[in-house]
Design a protein around this ligand. Structure first.
Ligand code: CAA
Length: 257
């Protein structure tokens, strides 16, 4: 058994979380849930960290929630513990998060990837919501986030049949932000994270918040939220720096304030 269920490192201003349970294809148990949430929150609390990349290994990002951990539970145990609700802390992270996905991203694995802000994958990546084969349905957001990402018809296809979708199909469907060679997935995610890390931290957080508002509200409310956030950014030195740098034809140097 892996001693550390996740491995973390900091590269420049990017925090990396690597799920590390290869013997179970990174099946997401409670230990991984707690470790991932704590690591992400620690990165967020470090003002030097600008973005988070979460990944697995070449065989599996994660092959789902741990089936063996929950197989014998009763309805009342699942209900009382509000099983899977702990993942909501991960979705409350305000820094941009990128999922670098190789191999299987099934069930909770696909759902974990969809909790991040963008997914980078290769042609060999296999996305799926196979819970139907286990006599259950998705429980970490698959029915909601997959439907928002790829539309009702395709989400129904995935959730009702349990079939897998490769990286190319996932990119065409809008689930994947960038499709790259399988062996380039992590490096591409890191490059994107480093690009984000060259911006202003409060502006990056405002941008993430604004896009996420689109999933929670009406168009007119969302436009108002966006416009007010845009106005508020004029209180930052980084706004002055960004616009002055443009006028002076130089690269902006942001100070996160
Ligand atoms: N939970 C627990 N253990 C898992 C697992 C999971 N989700 N997925 C794989 N494993 C374990 C296997 O039991 C096996 O362990 P042992 O060696 O001790 O038997 C090990 O990982 C390797 O797996 P396989 O031998 O099955 O590997 P494979 O290459 O033959 O098959 C696979 C790969 C098709 C992904 C297959 O492992 C599989 O179907 N896994 C389950 C996928 C699944 O149903 N995921 C959804 C889980 S439920 C869920 O996620 C609910 C939710 O909405 C959050």
């Amino acid at each position: 058994m892996s001693e550390h269920v996740i491995l973390t490192e900091i590269v420049g201003r990017v925090g990396v979380i690597r799920v590390n349970r290869p013997e179970a294809l990174n099946a997401l148990n409670l230990a991984i849930l707690h470790a991932v949430v704590e690591a992400a929150e620690a990165f967020q609390n470090d003002p030097n960290i600008m973005a988070i990349v979460i990944t697995g290994n070449e065989k599996a990002f994660a092959a789902g929630a741990d089936i063996k951990e929950m197989a014998d539970k009763s309805y009342i145990e699942m209900h009382q513990s509000d099983w899977f609700s702990g993942w909501s802390r991960f979705t409350e992270i305000r820094l941009p998060m990128i999922a670098a996905v190789n191999g299987y991203a099934l069930g909770g694995g696909c759902e974990l990837a969809m909790m991040t802000d963008m997914i980078i994958a290769g042609p060999g990546t296999k996305f799926g919501q196979p819970e139907i084969n286990l006599g259950v349905i998705p429980g970490m957001g698959g029915s909601q986030r997959l439907t928002r990402a790829i539309g009702k018809s395709k989400a129904m296809d995935m959730v009702l049949t349990g079939r897998m979708m490769d990286g190319e199909e996932a990119e065409r469907a809008g689930l994947v932000a960038r499709l790259v060679d399988d062996n380039n997935v992590f490096d591409t995610a890191m490059e994107i994270a480093q690009t984000i890390a060259s911006k202003s931290r409060p502006v990056v957080m405002a941008a993430k918040e604004a896009v996420n508002t689109a999933f929670e509200t009406s168009l007119s409310q969302g436009l108002l939220v966006e416009r007010r956030a845009f106005h508020a950014l004029f209180a930052l030195e980084d706004q002055k720096e960004g616009m002055e740098a443009f006028s002076n034809k130089r690269k902006a140097e942001f100070k996160d304030r």
